[in-house]
Design a protein around this ligand. Structure first.
Ligand SMILES: Nc1ncnc2c1ncn2[C@@H]1O[C@H](COP(=O)(O)OP(=O)(O)OP(=O)(O)O)[C@@H](O)[C@H]1O
Length: 277
């Protein structure tokens, strides 16, 4: 798609990097000294870490630490802001997504950002999914399109609730939590390599937590996920690895177990201890 870059060494912030099975394999994405600012204000500072195929990476940190900014940087949605400045690299399959030759529409099919603000298209539930499926030539015949629509709605635990109103109900009339799930289903339908989920269940209650756990466990089978959740409990339940951010910097990245029970960095431990789980 675009030129490859040589891979420099990791910086000192990275304390571990194993994937879910213990063997990280080659990095699917790699941040290499990546910094980003908007109108001179630094949002992300010198970030370096790898993201491995099939892992769920949770991002944690205080309000304003840069979690959403990082998700948006990883799919070049920060470009929507005027005054963006960035240095360093973010590689996907070894190619720099900030290189001039990067084709943004192609990139956005591979890296799906799902915002905490549900944003379904003002059309039927069916069309919300079928539109991207046809546009991206995921399926062409009506029966193939129908199969994709049903599959992704089932995966997102929506099928039973919406199957009778697929063509009748505008997606914007769904309850907000279901709108969020529909947006995940819409993204899944175009088969991205990485899902970047920003608080997918919003403010969490017990039922939504169970639902999120089921959904992420299912998505892990064939997707790589970077996740910001509304609570540390959620992150601890679903993440393989966790990265703690502070003022746009990566303080520590390690297995979820290490981060939540024996973080190496005192600042990470202070954050975990100060946050109710
Ligand atoms: N469009 C923007 N222009 C300038 N600064 C921004 C912009 N968007 C975010 N910021 C700043 O970037 C920093 C990181 O914000 P971000 O939303 O990524 O944090 P966060 O960790 O997701 O926080 P929260 O948990 O509160 O959502 C904050 O200081 C924020 O004020």
């Amino acid at each position: 798609m675009f030129d490859s870059l040589p891979k420099p060494q990791h910086d000192v912030h990275q304390t571990a990097g194993e994937g879910p099975a213990g063997d990280p394999g080659p990095a699917l994405m790699s941040l290499q000294g990546f910094s980003a600012s908007i109108n001179g204000q630094l949002l992300l500072r010198d970030l370096s870490f790898d993201l491995h195929q099939g892992e769920v990476l949770g991002l944690i940190g205080r309000a304003g630490a840069g979690k959403t900014a990082l998700l948006r940087a990883m799919c070049r949605l920060l470009d929507e802001h005027r005054g963006l400045g960035n240095t360093g690299h973010i590689l996907l399959d070894g190619a720099d997504i900030y290189h001039n030759a990067c084709d943004l529409p192609t990139l956005r099919r591979q890296l799906a950002f799902i915002s905490q603000q549900a944003n379904p298209f003002p059309m039927s539930i069916w069309d919300n999914i079928a539109y991207g499926v046809r546009l991206n030539r995921i399926a062409s015949t009506p029966s193939q399109v129908a199969e994709v629509v049903e599959t992704v709605l089932r995966r997102c635990l929506l099928w039973d609730d919406v199957k009778d109103v697929l063509h009748k109900m505008p997606a914007t009339k769904l309850p907000i939590q279901r709108q969020r799930l529909l947006c995940i289903a819409r993204s899944l339908a175009i088969r991205p390599k990485v899902l970047l989920l920003d608080r997918p269940t919003g403010s969490i209650d017990r039922m939504e937590l169970a639902l999120l756990n089921r959904l992420i466990a299912d998505l892990k089978q064939d997707h790589t996920v970077v996740l910001v959740t509304a609570s540390l409990t959620e992150t601890a339940h679903v993440a393989d690895r966790v990265a703690y951010l502070e003022e746009g910097r990566l303080v520590e990245i390690d297995s979820a177990e290490m981060i939540f029970t024996a973080a190496l960095n005192q600042r990470t431990r202070d954050f975990i201890n100060s946050t109710a789980m």
